[in-house]
Design a protein around this ligand. Structure first.
Ligand SMILES: Cc1ncc(COP(=O)(O)OP(=O)(O)O)c(N)n1
Ligand SMILES: Cc1ncsc1CCOP(=O)(O)O
Ligand SMILES: [Mg+2]
Length: 360
C-alpha cells in the first residue's frame, strides 16, 4: 500500500509535466498553422477550425497541469537538433508544425488515458481532425498557387535541366511540368524527385507529364494528361481530390469535355506549330480566342509562344502561357522568366482597368 502511495506520488507530477509540455507544444504548433491559414491563405474556414482545436486544447490545459511546470528542472529545454533550426520555405514550416502537433497529440492520447477517462478518446479525435486540416490545407495551397500561376514551364531533356529550372524559379516561376519522353523510368523517377524538391523549395508547384504513377511516387502536386492518356476520372480516383489534374486540348469540344470531367486546368494549343511537338498541327489563335471567351477554369496557351509573338496571343485574350523552348533554350532563363511574368502582370492590370482593348 505504502509502495503504491510512493509510486503514485512520483508518477503523478511526471504525468502532469508530460501533459503540460505536450499541450503547450500542440497549442503552439496549431497557432503557427492557424496564422498561415489566416494571413497566407485568407481562409476563414481553415483558420476557424485551427482556432477551435486550440480552444479544445486550452480546455484540457488545466491549472493543475500548468502548475506542475518546472522549466529550470526540465532537462529537455536544452535539447534541439539541427532540423529545428532550418526551414526551407512555407511548406517546410507547415510540415514541421503538423508533425509537432500530431506527435504531441499522440503523447497526450497515450498518457492522457491514465490521467482522465475522456482524455484518450478526445485527443485521438483531435489528431484525426489535424490530419484532415493538413490535407485540406495542402490542397487549398495547391489550388491557390495554380490560380496565381500565369507562366508555366514545361521542361525538355537537357544536361542543364536542373540549373535552368532553378534559374527560372529564381525569376519567380511558380509552375513547372517535368516532360521527358526519352529516359528510362528509374532515371525519370530520380529526376522527378529532385525537381519536386527544387520546386517546393521555391514554393512552386510541380506537375508530371503523362504519368500518374510517377506523380504519386515523386510526391508531385499533380499530373498533366493528354487526350490519349488515361481518363481524368480514373486519374482522380488514383490521385484523390488534393492533386491537380491538367488536360491538353486542341479544340472547343475537348475543352468542354475536360471541364466537365473535372480537370483543374487545361492546355490550349498548339497555338503555333512547334518543333517541340512536331507531329501536332497548330490549333491557332482562333482557339485561344474561344478559350478566352468560354473557359471557366485556368487555361494556358501553349505551343510556339515566345517573346516575339507574346503580344499576338494576348491580343486574342490569352492570359496564361506555357512554354518549353522560350525558357529551356534561353541564354538567361531568369531574365526571360522575369520578362514574361512582368508582361503577364501588365496585361492583367491593363485588363482590370479596361485599358487593353477587348480581344478582336
Ligand atoms: C500545359 C500543357 N499543355 C499541353 C501539353 C501537351 O500534352 P500532350 O498532348 O499529352 O503531349 P505531350 O506533352 O505528352 O507530348 C502539355 N504537356 N502541357
Ligand atoms: C508539349 C506541347 N503541347 C502542345 S505544344 C507543346 C510544346 C510547346 O513547346 P514550345 O514552347 O517549345 O513551342
Ligand atoms: Mg501527354
Amino acid at each position: 500500500m505504502g509502495d503504491q502511495h510512493n509510486w503514485d506520488k512520483r508518477v503523478q507530477p511526471a504525468l502532469c509535466r508530460i501533459l503540460d509540455a505536450n499541450l503547450d507544444r500542440a497549442r503552439e504548433g496549431m497557432r503557427i498553422i492557424e496564422e498561415w491559414c489566416r494571413f497566407g491563405l485568407d481562409s476563414a474556414e481553415l483558420a476557424d477550425e485551427c482556432k477551435q482545436l486550440r480552444q479544445e486544447l486550452a480546455h484540457w490545459h488545466t491549472m493543475e497541469l500548468r502548475l506542475s511546470r518546472d522549466t529550470p528542472g526540465d532537462i529537455g529545454t536544452e535539447l534541439t537538433h539541427a532540423g529545428e533550426e532550418k526551414r526551407d520555405g512555407i511548406d517546410s514550416v507547415l510540415q514541421a508544425n503538423f508533425c509537432r502537433v500530431e506527435e504531441a497529440l499522440r503523447v497526450l492520447e497515450e498518457y492522457g488515458k491514465i490521467y482522465h477517462p475522456d482524455m484518450g478518446v478526445s485527443f485521438k479525435q483531435m489528431r484525426y481532425r489535424v490530419y484532415t486540416i493538413e490535407s485540406r490545407l495542402l490542397a487549398y495551397r495547391r489550388y491557390q498557387l495554380l490560380n496565381d500561376a500565369y507562366l508555366y514551364l514545361v521542361t525538355s531533356p537537357s544536361d542543364k535541366m536542373f540549373s535552368i529550372v532553378e534559374a527560372a524559379l529564381q525569376g519567380g516561376l511558380k509552375l513547372v511540368q517535368y516532360r521527358d519522353k526519352q529516359t528510362d523510368d528509374e532515371t525519370r523517377l530520380g529526376n522527378a524527385e529532385k525537381l519536386c524538391e527544387l520546386c517546393h523549395r521555391y514554393d512552386a508547384l510541380f506537375i508530371i507529364n503523362d504519368r500518374v504513377d510517377l506523380a504519386i511516387a515523386s510526391q508531385a502536386d499533380g499530373v498533366h494528361l493528354g487526350q490519349k492518356d488515361i481518363p481524368i476520372s480514373l486519374a482522380r480516383q488514383l490521385l484523390g481530390p488534393q492533386r491537380i489534374i491538367g488536360r491538353s486540348t486542341t479544340n472547343p469540344q475537348e475543352m468542354q469535355k475536360a471541364i466537365d470531367a473535372g480537370a483543374d486546368y487545361i492546355g490550349v494549343g498548339p497555338v503555333y506549330e512547334t518543333p517541340t511537338k512536331a507531329d501536332k498541327p497548330a490549333a491557332g489563335l482562333d482557339y485561344v480566342r474561344h478559350a478566352a471567351e468560354n473557359c471557366t477554369i485556368p487555361w494556358f496557351a501553349i505551343g510556339g509562344i515566345d517573346m516575339n509573338n507574346f503580344d499576338d496571343v494576348m491580343a486574342v485574350g490569352g492570359e496564361r502561357i506555357a512554354v518549353v523552348r522560350a525558357i529551356m533554350q534561353a541564354e538567361q532563363p531568369t531574365l526571360v522568366t522575369q520578362y514574361f511574368l512582368s508582361q503577364l502582370t501588365r496585361v492583367q492590370t491593363l485588363r482590370a482597368y479596361n485599358i487593353l482593348p477587348n480581344p478582336s
